[in-house]
Design a protein around this ligand. Structure first.
Ligand code: ADP
Ligand code: MG
Length: 613
């Protein structure tokens, strides 16, 4: 029989890959603006015609490209931003995949003009559907201008899928806002159909927000500042009385990159608890800075989602510092300002350091007026033994803090033994949790390392899928109906997914106007998580590349699994660890998460032996 497998020609492969990166004109806008920022531009101009359907042009005054680089920039996986896979963990640029320009050029007519500072003349390139039509030497200012015309000209299905101009323009403006908010130190302007829609001069963050959202915004901004070892927060939240029903003014930037996170959004909502009118949404514009090594941004081609190593701690810090700010500005009742000690300890402790003992160098026990001395002045009296009394406490000026985890750890085994009953103690421990992230267990041939978050996602995903398909989800009735508020578009999405949601165990009393009333939730879903789940679901559906493979059921199961799965950073008891391991291996596809990430690895005794050679 003849062979039937063929390699796809490059231009077809490029078109297919383009679908990942370019969903609509706004995606092109995002990629081009980000490239301009990566090129260290200080002024960036965006020009749009017919909501990007006719023209998207970005002009920057950045470092430009040499002629060779201009040609290379349209090749797939051509990037100047990373050289090795390791660089991925130290990213300071927006792009890194090297596929934006190649993708855009595969599905549009592209015109590039670019010149580096030291060159006299620049390069002009015209590319249509991945084919270079012309390359010329041109007079052009320093920097780069890229025009993208006739988007999706060769994929009519995609072009027909585009929404009305007003919807597409809204998406473009959203992207423009996100990029402009993340970079107040860059001047931006935007023109749509010939008229200037935004002119944003270089400014500070507050001014940038006001320039975008209007002068009235100024009085509603409450600053939020927090610096801890794991996270720095700076930015603003809106005063509660100004809160509107829409979520248009909710922005998280992580290391200057806009992200969506239903989980962190929930942290803010909970900081505003009791301060908002029904259905009102807090506005926030928050910049979070974390160690690039503690995040994974490579999980979604359009990169609006990030995976954090320790979401739990971020949640706690964020919630507490927003609460703090609202309290400081007399917005929250004083009682609300009280920090939740449980959530605070891990970082505030580190920040403040251990108590210090002050030593009064001039202390003289024989001097009358120093009779009422403090405990801390005992040094001279107890002499050499003093140090042994205070082991662990450092004197001022040397080390400012001890390792909190150490201090904490010492007392733990004791507590445990008090509560453990004897039977448990006798039972052999078969699993062990590492870094609150991995579960280590043994198998006949060696050892097993399981990623707790991914494993639990797999377990929940299969459960939800089953519930949805055979409609067997079990509900728990809520004592009081839960009322949640959404925008009109969000309500439309929930309506689409309603039936599937019901099969998982949700009971909706009504879904209308801008309100959803829920009277029952799936067993195992805590009431407090319901809003997170729905928000996550909505953002997942919005992020989904709309193609024929789109399955609402699958997406719902994935999304709920993601929201509800045990997070990295969560401590699990031994029985919990074992339960999870058992459930994972009862799954149909235990080795990958619902998003195809490895859930566990094994290491055989042989492999271990080799390491000891
Ligand atoms: P990535 O941004 O992931 O590297 P792109 O396809 O977006 O991939 O861009 C490819 C390369 O083209 C970039 O790495 C950069 O070197 C160059 N480039 C793209 N846009 C610009 C620009 N506006 N100014 C200078 N160089 C650019
Ligand atoms: Mg790029």
């Amino acid at each position: 029989m003849a062979d039937i497998i063929q390699l796809l020609p490059d231009h077809v492969a490029n078109q297919i890959a383009a679908g990942e990166v370019v969903q609509r004109p706004a995606s092109v806008v995002k990629e081009l603006l980000e490239n301009a920022i990566d090129a260290e531009a200080t002024t960036i101009k965006l020009i749009i015609k017919d909501a990007g359907k006719t023209l998207i042009q970005v002009i920057d005054n950045g470092k430009g490209m040499s002629t060779t680089d201009a040609r290379l920039s349209f090749e797939r996986h051509a990037t100047s931003k990373i050289r090795t896979a390791d660089d991925l963990f130290q990213l300071h640029t927006k792009g890194f995949r090297g596929e934006a320009l190649a993708s855009i050029a595969a599905i549009a007519h592209v015109e590039l003009k670019t010149k580096q500072d030291q060159q006299d003349l620049g390069t002009e390139l015209v590319i249509e559907g991945s084919e270079v039509k012309s390359q010329e030497v041109v007079v052009t200012p320093k920097g780069t201008s890229i025009s993208v015309k006739h988007l999706f000209f060769n994929i009519p299905a995609r072009r027909n899928f585009l929404k009305s101009n007003s919807v597409e323009l809204r998406h473009i403006i959203d992207e423009f806002h996100r990029v402009a908010l993340a970079h107040p130190n860059i001047g931006f302007s935007m023109f749509s159909n010939g008229s200037e829609t935004f002119n944003l001069p270089v400014s500070n963050y507050r001014q940038r927000i006001v320039n975008i959202f209007g002068t009235k915004t100024n009085e509603k901004l409450v600053p939020v500042e927090e610096e801890t070892e794991v996270l720095t927060i700076s930015g603003f939240v809106g005063k509660p009385e100004f809160a509107k029903k829409s979520r248009n003014e909710q922005f998280f930037f992580v290391n200057n990159r806009f992200i969506k996170s239903a989980y962190l959004n929930h942290a803010i909502n909970s900081a505003f608890e009791g301060l908002l009118k029904d259905g009102a949404q807090p506005s926030y514009y928050l910049n979070l800075t974390v160690n690039p090594q503690s995040i994974d941004i490579n999980i979604h081609p359009t990169k609006t989602e990030i995976k954090f190593d320790d979401e739990h701690t971020l949640y706690a810090i964020l919630r507490s510092s927003v609460k703090h700010s609202l309290g400081q500005f007399n917005i929250a009742p004083v009682l609300d300002f009280e920090r939740d000690a449980n959530l605070d300890t891990p970082y505030s402790y580190q920040q403040k350091g251990t108590p210090t003992i002050e030593v009064d160098q001039s202390f003289n026990p024989f001097k009358e007026d120093q009779q009422k001395t403090k405990v801390s002045n005992y040094k001279k009296e107890v002499g050499a033994n003093w140090e042994s009394l205070y082991v662990g406490l450092e004197s001022k000026g040397t080390k400012t803090h001890t390792d909190f985890s150490e201090v904490h750890f010492e007392s733990e085994p004791e507590n445990e033994s008090i509560f453990k009953n004897e039977k448990d103690v006798e039972q052999k421990q078969t699993t062990y949790q590492l870094n609150n992230k991995f579960i280590i267990s043994t198998i006949k041939s060696g050892m097993l390392v399981i990623d707790q978050h991914r494993a639990h996602q797999r377990v929940l995903y299969e459960e939800f899928l089953q519930h949805i398909t055979i409609k067997e989800g079990v509900s728990q009735q809520l004592l009081f109906p839960l009322e949640l508020h959404f925008s009109k578009q969000e309500i439309a999405l929930i309506n689409q997914l309603k039936e599937d949601l019901e099969s998982t165990g949700f009971i909706f009393q009504s879904v209308k106007n801008e309100t959803v009333q829920i009277t029952g939730v799936p067993v195992n879903v805590p009431e407090s998580e319901v809003s997170i789940i729905l928000e996550q679901l909505i953002s997942d559906v919005e992020n989904e590349v709309p193609d024929s493979n789109f399955s609402a059921t699958d997406l719902l199961a994935k999304s709920m699994a993601k929201s509800l799965a045990i997070k990295t950073g969560q401590t699990l008891t031994n029985p919990e660890q074992e339960h999870l391991v058992n459930r994972l291996f009862a799954c149909k596809e235990p080795n990958v998460s619902p998003t195809n990430k490895t859930t566990f690895i094994t290491m055989t005794v042989d492999e271990l032996d080799k390491k000891f050679m």
